[in-house]
Design a protein around this ligand. Structure first.
Ligand code: UDP
Ligand code: MG
Length: 320
């Protein structure tokens, strides 16, 4: 029988967290009087995360685990989890206990009230330094400047999605899945639930500055073509200045018989045009690379193993 609720948890190098998370989750879920499954997605960890999960699944039939064939990144791991979750509602959360399982009953209450997307928003994050806070607030300002839909600052990847919303997301054909932008984009009845994020239970954050920058760039390019428009505007400005300067040069040449057309003006024009061309090329190249990704149509992830083992079509035929 299909579960009512699936909990989807991407985990990358979380060997010290998963057992404690499973304990606290089970405590909460057992008291809820609903059928549930806990679906871990091991995002290509090289530590003991998957062995830990296998051990947990041995004693608890509600636990399933997927191991991706390498580290595909948080968003891809989430997508894998959504695709394999069977519940009528799917809750995604981090493996490091920064998303308190004790909030789950609140999310489910909102769902039963009829909300199809219940997303949580961090009020306070215990271990976030000033630098992370500044970069995060900058990111949300920038992305909301370019985005056609509003993205709530501090919206976490801790959220409940109704089956309808999950199916809508899974129907997206794009390869760079930026869930924080797609969730507001898909619409449905949405509501936010605030919470305070504690420190991570063990281990270190997997989001260094490089990954955060890549995340921000992906988000902006997946949501908006405004950078292209900005390039066009900038190019227009450059042409305008060039024209004004051209008028000045011609005027000087006519009115001042001693005026020599100087190298300076030529070099200036060359610099302006050269700069604009390079800038355009950069912007166009950035989008071209996305088009390239889309055209290639590679799978978002490759599942190497799963618990319990999924029957392959051949095995099914043998059983018939
Ligand atoms: N994660 C993942 N793949 C990655 C990086 C992170 O599946 O490549 C998982 C990680 O195990 C955790 C969640 O994504 O469950 C959020 O990562 P983390 O806690 O490191 O991010 P932070 O809370 O510091 O932003
Ligand atoms: Mg975390």
């Amino acid at each position: 029988m299909k579960p009512d609720v699936s909990i989807v948890i991407p985990a990358f190098h979380e060997e010290k967290c998963v057992a404690e998370l499973h304990r606290r989750l089970s405590n909460v879920l057992a008291g809820l009087n609903c059928r549930y499954e806990i679906l871990f997605v091991d995002d290509g960890s090289r530590d003991q995360t998957f062995q830990e999960l296998a051990r947990i699944a041995e004693h608890d039939p509600t636990v399933r685990a997927l191991r991706l064939s390498r580290n595909f990144g948080h968003q891809a791991a989430l997508a894998a989890g959504l695709a394999h979750a069977a519940g009528r509602a799917v809750i995604s959360m981090d493996a490091d206990l920064q998303h308190p399982p004790e909030l789950i009953p609140v999310l489910l209450d909102r769902w039963r009230e009829g909300y199809e997307v219940v997303y949580t928003v961090r009020r306070e994050t215990a271990d976030a330094g000033t630098r992370k806070k500044i970069t995060s607030s900058l990111f949300y300002r920038l992305i909301n400047f370019v985005s056609p839909v509003r993205i709530t600052p501090g919206a976490a990847d801790f959220r409940l999605l109704d089956r309808k919303a999950v199916d809508a997301l899974l129907g997206m054909r794009e390869r760079t899945l930026f869930l924080r932008g797609l969730i507001p984009w898909i619409g449905f009845k949405q509501i936010e639930v605030p919470f305070d994020a504690p420190e991570r239970f063990a281990g270190a954050t997997k989001y260094g500055y490089r990954k955060m920058l890549a995340f921000a760039i992906n988000g902006i390019l997946s949501l908006s073509t405004m950078p292209l428009r900005m390039a066009a505007l900038f190019g227009g400005g450059v042409v305008g200045i060039g024209l004004a300067y051209g008028v000045y040069v011609v005027w000087t040449a006519i009115t001042n018989p001693h005026a020599l057309p100087g190298w300076a003006s030529i070099i200036l024009v060359l610099l302006l045009l050269g700069g604009a061309q390079i800038f355009f090329l950069g912007v166009i190249g950035e989008y071209l690379s996305r088009v390239f990704e889309e055209v290639k149509g590679r799978p978002l992830y490759i599942v190497a193993e799963s618990i319990p083992r999924e029957e392959s079509p051949d095995e099914k035929r043998e059983l018939d």
